[in-house]
Design a protein around this ligand. Structure first.
Ligand code: ROI
Length: 167
């Protein structure tokens, strides 16, 4: 069975632009999975209590035959390949974060995995890139992505243009 999944990407260490671009390539190489499309890259102010560099964020859509746990484990191995060190500082800076935001319409609450991703609905740096690639998305809860995006200001988000990306 083919399931549409959405992944949130974030980085604010070790050349975040490069990290996100690399991660998009790696997402395209996950077995039994196709990278359908991805949003533009956004610069965002760090959310949370820790003073740290700005982030680059994006969202990608995948079609996958992997189950949610197998997909999660692929995401974690990409994070590790790109030098992620886990658990050093909660809310702290990171080389690469890959969050499994949505996996079809499934709702999963286990120790390893909470889907939809609990932070998703509060974070403009997730809502707006997601809205860019799937403006008509309706959550299993009935909520419309368009409504959530409208209620979360995007004034701290800046779209990175091609010139900046290729510099
Ligand atoms: N802030 C922004 N802007 N983008 C992120 O991806 C991000 N990720 C995090 C914390 C540290 C909470 N803040 C973030 O994990």
């Amino acid at each position: 069975m083919l399931v549409r999944a959405y992944i949130g990407l974030g980085s604010n260490l070790q050349n975040p632009l490069f990290q996100i671009q690399n991660a998009l390539v790696a997402l395209g190489q996950i077995p039994q999975t196709e990278l359908v499309r991805h949003s533009r890259l956004y610069r965002s102010r760090p959310m949370g209590p820790v003073d740290q560099p700005d982030f680059v964020n994006a969202v990608a859509a995948l079609d996958t035959q992997l189950d949610a746990y197998a997909l999660l484990s692929e995401l974690q191995s990409i994070e590790q390949q790109q030098g992620r060190v886990r658990g050093v500082l909660r809310w702290g800076p990171r080389t690469l974060d890959l969050d499994l935001l949505l996996y079809g319409d499934e709702q999963i609450t286990t120790e390893q995995l909470t889907i939809p991703h609990p932070g998703l609905l509060q974070r403009s740096f997730v809502l707006h890139p997601l809205y860019e690639i799937v403006p008509d998305l309706q959550f299993a809860s009935g909520e419309l992505l368009a409504e959530l995006a409208k209620n979360h200001p995007d004034d701290e988000l800046e779209i990175l243009d091609a010139a900046e990306i290729h510099r």
